[in-house]
Design a protein around this ligand. Structure first.
Ligand code: GLP
Length: 270
């Protein structure tokens, strides 16, 4: 695992965008695993800038998002509602600003009539697309990846998840309150890629920012591996995992000095 520590949120976002852009340049028909939340916004803004100013081409790129609330979402074109779906978030934050083909973008369908069948189809679609080349990840306040809440098997596949009180509180504050929704309008269930689905990606790029994430980041990358904190599965990952943090999110890492040293040595010799 490479732990990269950047000065601030903006620098973290730019670094992650460069990693994604490298994959797209090397493989124009790359399959990207995408994430929602406030953390990846700087990354998406930088990708939009690269598209506009440097011609970063998304026309052959395919995307699969990690998760979606159950009960909202679906079409991310003009017809979709003013909801707080992740489909809408992706459309507003990235897709409508770049030359991506919306038919190649996939966000779990929160309005599916048969969520379990949908989860199986989602797995099949990822497989049919050739698997995910690089998966972008944030980390929830309870240490979750996507919506894999405490207790989810570390080999789980795409499934329906019951959200924890902490996740509901965090996400209500971040998104729902601002949009004028009441607490009881917030979905309590979600569709989410499983931890095993995420671990199948050919590279992982996990991001975190801010002091509120410092303790859970330290647990995720330095604590014992446990299904109680599903992001600890990064320690089991076989491929290349990059963790990019800002200073505040890195502040509780025991081995911070070592990670900085490794980064310095690698930048000189690699
Ligand atoms: C939600 C998403 C996660 C995301 C997390 C953190 O729970 N399902 O994928 O990592 O929020 O969000 P933020 O980046 O806003 O802290």
């Amino acid at each position: 695992m490479d732990v990269i520590i950047k000065d601030d949120y903006q620098a973290m976002g730019v670094y992650a965008a460069k990693c994604l852009a490298e994959v797209i340049k090397r493989k124009p028909n790359a399959v990207l695993g995408l994430a929602t939340g406030t953390t990846p916004l700087a990354t998406y803004n930088e990708l939009i800038r690269m598209h506009r100013e440097e011609g970063l081409d998304f026309s052959s790129v395919t995307t699969f998002n990690l998760d979606e609330y159950l009960g909202i979402g679906k079409n991310m074109d003009k017809s979709y509602l003013q909801d707080q779906s992740y489909a809408r978030f992706m459309y507003e934050s990235l897709f409508k600003h770049v030359n991506i083909d919306l038919n190649r973008t996939h966000v779990p369908d929160g309005l599916s009539q048969d969520p379990s069948a949908f989860c199986e189809e989602y797995e099949a679609k990822i497989k049919a697309a050739g698997g995910i080349d690089i998966q972008l990840l944030g980390i929830g306040g309870d240490g979750h990846w996507a919506f894999n809440e405490p207790g989810t098997s570390l080999s789980s596949r795409t499934h329906v998840e019951v959200l924890t009180q902490q996740t509901l509180d965090d996400n209500y504050e971040l998104f729902y309150r601002k949009a004028g929704f009441s607490r009881d309008q917030m979905p309590h269930f979600a569709l989410t890629m499983g931890v095993g689905t995420i671990l199948d990606a050919r590279a992982l790029l996990m991001m975190a920012s801010g002091s509120k994430k410092a303790s859970v980041v330290a647990k995720a990358i330095e604590g014992p591996v446990t299904s109680q904190i599903t992001s600890t599965a990064i320690q089991l990952y076989k491929g290349r995992a990059i963790v990019v943090l800002d200073e505040a999110a890195a502040s509780e890492l025991k081995n911070k000095e070592h990670y900085l040293h490794v980064e310095k040595v690698k930048s000189q010799f690699v």
